[in-house]
Design a protein around this ligand. Structure first.
Ligand code: PMT
Length: 403
């Protein structure tokens, strides 16, 4: 499915011999309905002239940050805001190192820091430079921050060596960029829970858990990027609100249950990322509990299972659960998938050194009836994108089968 409007691509051209291929890349992107503006590093101008890129893109090409004439037009901050995608091709080893370190010593690296556009890199370099641990570490840093890496390909290099390091062909890069801009969930109402719940003990104390809300917020953003209209029901978190269609703040599991059930009937997809308390105090004290007694016994009562109730609706939305387990992760998760009649479950190994709660990184094993996919340890932003794409694929199949 095409983006409804021309996708605004800022193409950053690095200083490598593959820069000549980026001239064709501009044409390929334009053929696919993209609007392209080009920024070149100083080194890139040694391989191809700015005039060549100006001719193919139809716009002036910028090469320096401190150019009063250019800044009087679309200044670099406007350019950073204009872009929906920052595509760097070729991305040289030096450029990747500067991007990974957050250095902003020229126009392109400054734009990379100043833009919120998704970063896509098409690396190109000598195969020894590509394999160097420094380059590989920079690559991991950039990937961990959510950058999409296209290639490099293997084969004969301009320097005469053979190995990984060739920039992908312009057609492949343009196709991959267009595919990443497709919005397979355009207009689909999605309801998502995130964060912890707080179960009041008295007016000042509660039972809570370690969920930070990061995974849920990242997933809400990733589903929004795919075109979904996301209503996010969130327990208390310290995170800035994500850009979603509706944000509903709740505290307790009962409040989360009420907010979800009021909206569940109309949604196409439900995702339970929240760490909902299974139990709540039977009757929270009206005033602060005093520390008079030597022992205090708390009476707890079961909370409603929000996910199970949503999945039991008729018709039920495509229901995705999370399973946080300390052991027998896959076995317990598959049990929950079947028992709660879910469409999909994402299993987390929690409690260990690299558990899912609170951290910026996570790994998941996603299970559905007849299939599974392991998503290795990566940033929650990147993991959310991969999970959102998987949800979109399965949802479309499920939807096609039920209509
Ligand atoms: O928020 P972060 O710090 O980023 O951490 C993310 C996370 C680890 C909290 C998240 O990825 C996660 O695993 N969430 C589910 C945690 C959990 O409570 O798992 P569970 O096995 O207890 O519950 C299974 C599923 O049922 C979950 O989808 C949960 O939202 C849902 N549930 C559970 C109990 C309940 N009363 N109602 C529910 O809807």
């Amino acid at each position: 499915m095409m983006h409804q409007h021309a996708l605004r691509v800022l193409l950053g051209v690095g200083g490598g011999i593959a820069a000549y291929k980026s001239v064709d890349l501009v044409r390929r992107l334009k053929e696919r309905g993209c609007e392209v503006r080009v920024v070149m590093t100083k080194a890139a101008t040694g391989f191809v002239t700015p005039l060549t890129f100006q001719a193919v893109s139809g716009h002036p090409v910028r090469t320096t940050l401190l150019d009063p004439a250019a800044e009087a037009g679309m200044d670099h901050i406007e350019l950073a805001r204009w872009a929906e995608r920052l595509l760097i091709a070729p991305a040289t080893a030096d450029l990747m190192a500067r991007l990974a370190a957050g250095i902003a010593d020229d126009l392109l690296t400054t734009l990379a820091l100043a833009t919120e556009a998704k970063l896509t890199l098409a690396p190109a370099m000598n195969q020894v430079m590509w394999r160097h641990p420094a380059t590989q570490a920079n690559l991991e840093t950039l990937r961990g921050r959510g950058a999409c890496i296209l290639g490099p390909g293997e084969g004969q290099q301009a320097c005469g060596e053979v190995g990984p390091g060739r920039m992908l062909e312009p057609l492949e890069i343009a196709e991959a960029l267009r595919a990443s801009a497709a919005r397979p969930l355009a207009g689909v109402p999605v309801l998502l829970t995130a964060g912890p719940t707080r179960e009041p003990l008295d007016p000042v104390r509660f039972l809570g858990n370690r969920s930070s809300g990061r995974m849920g917020y990242a997933l809400a953003e990733a589903l929004t990027e795919l075109g979904a209209e996301v209503a996010l029901v969130t327990g208390p978190t310290a995170l800035p609100p994500p850009g979603v269609s509706e944000l509903i703040r709740v505290e307790s599991a009962l409040e989360m249950h009420a907010a979800v059930m009021a909206r569940a009937a109309g949604c196409g997809i439900f995702v339970g990322t929240a760490a909902v308390a299974d139990y709540r105090p039977v009757a929270p004290a009206r005033s602060k509990i005093k520390k008079d007694a030597e022992e205090l016994t708390l009476g707890l009562v079961r909370n409603p299972d929000i996910l199970a109730e949503v999945a039991a609706l008729s018709p039920a939305p495509f229901s995705v659960g999370f399973a946080a387990e300390t052991d027998h992760v896959i076995e317990y998760a598959r049990g929950k998938l079947e028992k709660k009649r879910l469409s999909m479950i994402a299993a987390n190994h929690v409690g260990g050194e690299r558990g899912g709660f609170e951290r910026a990184e996570n790994a998941l094993t996603v299970l559905w009836d007849g299939g599974s996919r392991a998503l290795p340890m990566m940033s929650k932003a990147q993991l959310a994108r991969e999970l959102a794409a998987l949800i979109a694929d399965r949802y479309k199949e499920h939807h096609a089968a039920s209509t």
